[in-house]
Design a protein around this ligand. Structure first.
Ligand SMILES: *Cc1c(COP(=O)(O)O)cnc(C)c1O
Length: 364
């Protein structure tokens, strides 16, 4: 039996009829761009994240881009992000013309290292993006305090963490703005592409809504140079169905993660530490091992197909060659990139599949 890192088929079979019913309604209403299905989802998502405002957009990368634009970040400004994240966190900073400053991660949680981030702050630093990596909230209070001390904006990159909790409160409500992705493979994924910003601020919400819709508050009155970053109606409708299942799917991932955490016993395998104040949604279950390639081929021989998240740290990507970083500049993040491997993780994994993975890892 093949065990992939992720399989979206089970989830989509389960909800197919319900989603197709909604698709039919979108079709009948020709509500293909924005519209009532997207607005319904926005309301449901804001409520889910315990924030007053959610603004749906066409993907998570653009949610980050719009958040930075709405905060007025641009040329001459510096934004600190962790070096170990999906590249889209960095793209957003590049899109607005600000300077990317890569920070280290901690050796145990693998989340943004607050002390290293603080050492990188200059008079030009405007914002810090905390990424809730693999579904686990970053050091939110630490980042909030840091932002406050230095008068910076705190943006949550919650693309991997829909429903994750910090001290009992859901992510998306802690930063000046939080950004989510609904890429199909995320814990809450659209049948298509999608993203959202959440915020407590009505003023920021208004700016983001204006920017996503050609700079308009009123049709054909373009107040600023805007973008077309609206969410499609079919995507909004699919998310409106799927959000009702998110907590139960997240809890299934948590139960699988609990088994991995309790039952994997192998000195060659390091797992992400789970601080008491966090309640991860385990978007990915990443472990570190010294000889990653060897471990990968070992698992493949047992018909287990892990993923890699992410094999090259952002500062060493060819796209950022011009920034002049060298191997060894951000050693903990680089170590993470060279040793990470993602065990299978999705709600539909059976007990038997999980047992197979655990046995294989323990026998390594
Ligand atoms: C997926 C992801 C994004 C980008 O989202 P898209 O919807 O794919 O554009 C941004 N940040 C992180 C951490 C992600 O995992």
């Amino acid at each position: 039996m093949k065990i992939p890192c992720l399989d979206l088929k089970g989830q989509h079979q389960q909800i197919k009829n319900e989603v197709f019913e909604q698709f039919e309604k979108v079709y009948e209403n020709t509500a293909f761009s924005g519209g009532p299905f997207v607005e319904n989802f926005e309301n449901a998502f804001a409520e889910y994240c315990e924030v007053p405002h959610a603004i749906a957009v066409n993907n998570g990368t653009n949610a980050l881009h719009l958040a930075l634009l709405a905060l007025g970040i641009g040329k001459g400004d510096e934004v600190i992000i962790p070096a170990n994240t999906f590249i889209a966190t960095a793209w957003a900073v590049s899109y607005v013309g600000a300077k990317l400053v890569f920070a280290e991660c901690t050796t145990d949680t693998w989340e943004l290292d607050i002390n290293h981030a603080e050492s990188l702050i200059t008079s030009n630093t405007k914002a810090i993006i905390g990424v809730h990596l693999y579904g686990q909230p970053c050091d939110i209070e630490g980042t909030q305090a840091l932002a406050k001390r230095h008068n910076l904006y705190f943006i949550e990159d919650a693309a991997q963490a829909q429903g994750a909790e910090y001290k009992g409160k859901r992510v998306g409500s802690f930063g000046d703005v939080a950004c989510f992705s609904f890429y199909p493979g995320k814990n809450l994924g659209a049948c298509g592409e999608g993203g959202a910003c959440t915020s407590h601020s009505e003023a920021l919400t208004k700016k983001i809504k204006r920017l996503r819709n050609h700079g308009c508050d009123v049709r054909y009155h373009h107040e600023v140079i805007g973008y077309n970053m609206r969410m499609g109606g079919l995507e909004g409708a699919s998310l409106g169905v799927k959000i009702k299942y998110l907590t139960s799917w997240n809890n299934k991932r948590r139960a699988i993660a609990k088994r991995y955490l309790n039952e994997i016993k192998n000195d060659k395998i390091q797992m992400q530490s789970q601080p008491e104040e966090t309640n991860s949604v385990f978007h990915l279950f990443v472990v570190l091992t010294e000889d990653r390639d060897d471990f990968m081929s070992y698992l493949n021989k047992k018909d287990i197909y892990p993923g890699l998240h992410y094999p090259i740290a952002c500062h060493l990507q060819n796209a950022y060659k011009h920034l002049g970083h060298n191997a060894g500049d951000i050693p903990v993040a680089e170590n993470q990139a060279s040793k990470c491997i993602s065990l299978p993780m999705y709600a539909e994994l059976t007990d038997e599949m999980v047992s197979t993975v655990i046995k294989a890892v323990n026998d390594y």
